[in-house]
Design a protein around this ligand. Sequence first.
Ligand SMILES: NC(=O)c1ccc[n+]([C@@H]2O[C@H](COP(=O)([O-])OP(=O)(O)OC[C@H]3O[C@@H](n4cnc5c(N)ncnc54)[C@H](O)[C@@H]3O)[C@@H](O)[C@H]2O)c1
Length: 379
Amino acid sequence: MDKIRLGVVGLGHRGRQMFHLSGISFDYVIPVAACDLFSRNWYKKQWLMDKPMAEYFPETEFYDSYDEMLEKAGLDAVLVETGADVHANFCVKALEHNVNVLTDIPVVANLEEADILWKAAQKSKAIISVGANPNEQKFACMLKDFYESGKLGKPYYMEAEYIHWSLPNSEFHKGITENGDWRKLLCPIRYCTHSLGPLLAILDEDLKEVSCFGTGQHADSSEYEEGNKKDDMSCAQFRTDSGVVVRLLRNGRCRAAIGNHNYRVFGTEGYMERIDRLDKPTIRFNSMKDNPELQEISGEFMPPAYADNPNAVGHGGMDYAILDKFFNALKNGLPAPISLKEGLAMTLPGIYAEESSKRGGEIVKMLYPWDNDWSTNIK
Ligand SMILES: NC(=O)c1ccc[n+]([C@@H]2O[C@H](COP(=O)([O-])OP(=O)(O)OC[C@H]3O[C@@H](n4cnc5c(N)ncnc54)[C@H](O)[C@@H]3O)[C@@H](O)[C@H]2O)c1
């Protein structure tokens, strides 16, 4: 494929950014179609944009119906950028039209969707890749290299936090929630992909059990927006069949601007962490194989392979890397850079964790569409 006719569904701030970056940075990508329920997101200047999307891309056709866009626009690929709890149906429809998909994360909202999407992907001639941009960050790249070089040894305990400063009355909050309610409603532990993705990339087995506790809400009830029932904090512990434990912390409420993404990985031969405090993300590591002393380097997001590329922007270059790898796979007929299997392996643990939390922390067994007994699992 020499040219890629690209569409997008979902023009909230994320969809606008990803489509804009695709359209301006890749000369072989033609931004032919864009879809949202709200035409203002295309025709009017929106939050964080210098001008309306329609002015950046006057040749692009706007649709308010996804089905119509899929029927009429002649797409090679679509970016699925709808709210975090409504991706699967858009992906399935695109795959049924043999349109290649780059979907944002989490990939599905429940086990039934996982089943349907898994089957649709297997039938389709198109590929589906998962836009797990934190898997492209410097820490994730270094961790993979460290593991593959043998310096980490076997990972036996890992932990991650994704903690956002919650500022309900800020301009940021207003901008980021004006197109949908999912940030208000989604159980925090379900947004687990940014944290689990980089860790699962060095595990050769799936997470198979979870126990999760939520704190409930501890501030005065008047401090929470209407409809917000999210725990102030949720904490899940996952375990693999061989006994590797992964702990994950996700917040609903947080009164401090601590860094969003933190990770610690303990291996039989070494250790690696990314700790983000005071806007100085830092990666530290050591290995008994070569250097037992803890070493320290800066932990910015920029994927090392893109560090010299002036086009590499968006979440510190991770967004560009995700798009570049996806478009490159389409151009060269390669497999999805981040497969649906990887996407589901980092998404389903959040769904099972929410279930455990609802059952008061009960241990819940976790199955995936590629497991033999999966069909017994779908309610
Ligand atoms: N990977 C990252 O770094 C990152 C960062 C932010 C957001 N995200 C993900 O990006 C996605 C979008 O986030 P957002 O903040 O822009 O969300 P949003 O809710 O602001 O925007 C979603 C848009 O989808 C549109 N939409 C919903 N149903 C539709 C339909 N049937 N047809 C057409 N349009 C429809 C809505 O009108 C809305 O404008 C989410 O899945 C989120 O998890 C990822």
